[in-house]
Design a protein around this ligand. Structure first.
Ligand SMILES: Cc1cc2nc3c(=O)[nH]c(=O)nc-3n(C[C@H](O)[C@H](O)[C@H](O)COP(=O)(O)OP(=O)(O)OC[C@H]3O[C@@H](n4cnc5c(N)ncnc54)[C@H](O)[C@@H]3O)c2cc1C
Length: 529
């Protein structure tokens, strides 16, 4: 076997997977057909859930330093600001990162690429996957090298992080079901001044569509995303100047454009691979799902795919879990992609439909409905939870189990375990749970348990047990998140609740490890099978 995992594609998804596998000690080969890292900004919204993952990976400070925090969103129509969503207020109790970080895809890739190198691994550029052949115990991949020659390598597993035209998907015969939109997007990195609220996202709705302006690093730097007017759709070699009239039409004549450093157009599709796996080959990121950029979800969803798969693949490769654990990747991520495609498709059609009635709806009704809705705290929170990806859950996964029913308002199996600040010992200061709990092992939180069985002990690098002491600070924080006492939560390495219930019995934990996670190790908990 030449490598444990061949990662095809060094875009954001491939780089995240590579980082997660290498830090777990897995042998990988990451290849990309390009000559080097991309210099195009492309996606630029980094969501809170991604920043939480960056924090575990040790790269969040770099991302925050380079990015710009979008702390609010404004909706404009007919030259007037109709609504404002304060992202910081909506998300402040949910995550340490209650904002949208505006940071170009190129910077995200650079930060992850640098970190991968620090871990001792580099991308093999100029190397293209040409074909794949699967056998029972591995996959033979034919690679085209920089000098045009071909090389066969054998990998135990292949991760197709190779974008919308994925060769892994095509070689695996997996259909990419969906269709293109008739609309063509444009993106432009500009230096402009105008009515925009600084440091916030500004959405201009107008009769024929919308323009989004994202604040970027530097004075007066804005990324503009919009839909090309129909008469420009098929024009070759389109330049930024051609879209300026439409921009001024939406954002007002006061919009003064000083420069444009990058302009690109792209036709978008909404498609999902009908399966995310064919035996030893997985699909992640744009190789598995593509959709409209409304909501800044694309890059983030690929990063979450990688985070979901990495710990499972590592356990299987290390011979600590049976391969059946990997079935949960598709079971968990396909519904996320389906919901994303449906949601972004609905939102997209609403904001781009070019019928007269849709134009009226957009500027008159939608802007007012948005203004009404965003003043409701509950709506703001729901919107933040959805867009920030902190609300993603896997309730139907075979990895999500409860030993008995917790109150409906409590965090449930399959939820991302909430962000809390707790004392982990009565005589210690309050700690941020996301800092305290590592993501390289399972964490078991024991809350108000009357007694703890002796057999329950930390098991090396697989399980860490935390007994949360009864304490006024803890009681208040647990009550805020409606976490009952007694209760217990087994948190997976990726932060989701695997097993939960009121009173923990070691047997229930052992059964979960063996029968649901399909772990093979004999030292999970005490004398587990
Ligand atoms: C112009 C543009 C603007 C965009 N704007 C936004 C936005 O505003 N918001 C948003 O959310 N999304 C946006 N997107 C989409 C976003 O860029 C993608 O969702 C994101 O890049 C997906 O990351 P990925 O790693 O899955 O795939 P990619 O970034 O596509 O990476 C795939 C990699 O695989 C490599 N590769 C492909 N085939 C092979 C092969 N056979 N062998 C070896 N390597 C291979 C490619 O060279 C590439 O580096 C935009 C895309 C474009 C093109």
């Amino acid at each position: 076997m030449d490598t444990d995992v061949l990662i095809v594609g060094a875009g954001p998804t491939g780089l995240m997977l590579a980082n997660q596998l290498v830090r777990r000690g897995i042998r990988i080969l990451i290849i990309d057909r390009h000559t080097g890292p991309s210099v195009e900004t492309k996606a630029l919204g980094v969501q809170a859930r991604t920043l939480e993952i960056y924090s575990h990976l040790g790269i969040v400070d770099r991302a925050l330093e380079l990015g710009k925090r979008g702390t609010g969103g404004n909706i404009w129509a007919d030259g007037q600001r109709r609504a404002r969503v304060a992202l910081t207020d909506a998300g402040e109790q949910m995550t340490p990162y209650p904002y949208l970080l505006v940071l170009g895809q190129d910077d995200n890739e650079r930060i992850m690429g640098d970190h991968l190198r620090e871990l001792g691994c580099s991308v093999q550029w100029n190397t293209e996957l040409v074909s794949l052949t699967q056998r029972a115990d591995g996959v033979t991949a034919t690679l085209k090298l920089h000098d045009g020659s071909e090389q066969n390598i054998v990998a135990a597993w292949v991760a197709g992080c190779d974008g919308a035209r994925s060769a892994v998907r095509e070689s695996s015969g997996i259909t990419f079901a969906g269709a293109p939109y008739e609309h063509v997007f444009f993106v432009a990195d500009t230096e402009v001044t105008g009515s925009m609220i600084p440091d916030e996202v500004n959405v201009y709705l107008f009769h024929d569509g919308f323009h989004l302006l994202f604040p970027m690093r530097g004075k007066d730097h804005w990324r503009i995303v919009g839909i090309l007017p129909p008469d420009l759709r098929n024009k070759p070699d389109l330049k930024f100047d051609a879209v300026i009239p439409s921009l001024k039409n939406a954002a007002g004549e006061g919009l003064a454009i000083k420069s444009c450093s990058w302009f690109s157009t792209y036709r978008i599709h909404h498609r999902r691979a009908v399966r995310f796996r064919d035996r030893r080959c997985f699909l992640l990121g744009d190789a598995a799902h593509i959709h409209s950029p409304v909501g800044a979800q694309g890059m983030n969803t690929g990063l979450q795919d990688a985070y979901n798969l990495a710990w499972k693949l590592a356990l299987v490769i290390q011979n600590r879990a049976k391969p059946v654990l990997l079935d949960s990747y598709e079971q968990e991520r396909v519904p996320v992609a389906t919901a994303l495609l449906n949601g972004t498709d609905r939102a997209f059609r609403l904001v781009v439909s070019n019928t007269w009635i849709a134009g009226m709806l957009r500027t008159k009704v939608l802007a007012r409905v948005a203004a009404f809705a965003v003043n409701r705290k509950a709506v703001q929170k729901l919107a933040f939870r959805t867009v920030s990806q902190t609300g993603i859950k896997y309730p139907k996964s075979f990895l999500s189990k409860s030993t008995d029913a917790l109150p409906e308002t409590a965090p449930q199996a399959g939820d991302r375990f909430p962000w809390l600040r707790l004392k982990f010992a009565a005589d210690r200061p309050v700690e941020d749970i996301f800092q305290k709990l590592g993501d390289m092992h399972f964490n078991l939180l024991l809350i108000g348990q009357p007694e703890i069985e002796d057999s329950l002990q930390d098991s090396g690098d697989l399980l860490c047990i935390h007994v949360i002491p009864a304490d006024a600070v803890n009681n208040e924080e647990l009550a805020r998140r409606q976490i009952p006492q007694p209760s217990f939560y087994l948190i997976r390495p990726d932060g989701y609740i695997g097993l939960c219930g009121t009173r923990l019995q070691t047997d229930a934990l052992t059964d979960y490890f063996v029968q649901h996670l399909h772990l093979l190790t004999r030292q999970i908990v005490g004398n587990a099978a």
